[in-house]
Design a binder for this molecule. Sequence first.
Ligand SMILES: [Zn+2]
Ligand SMILES: [Zn+2]
Ligand SMILES: [Zn+2]
Length: 85
Amino acid sequence: MMKPPVICQCGQPMESGLACTILQMRGESRLPCTPAEAPYGYCHDCLVQPGQLHHVGCDMERCPVCGDQAISCDCTGGEIGGNLS
Ligand SMILES: [Zn+2]
Ligand SMILES: [Zn+2]
Ligand SMILES: [Zn+2]
């Protein structure tokens, strides 16, 4: 059996190559993919192109709050997109 594709919180598969439609993270506008993050013309992890928003959980995305890697910074204590308060 094939594994099902990973679906981003935006509802699109991570490997769709379409820009993410989740616009904010931690109350800030999310940072789009930069050319430096897409040396092959697209993000190696979520396949978006420069100028598009990474999918949630992409390991190339930077946190708009602290500028560190979004999936490893601890602005929210860990979880990305955790809306549980
Ligand atoms: Zn990405
Ligand atoms: Zn997405
Ligand atoms: Zn952060």
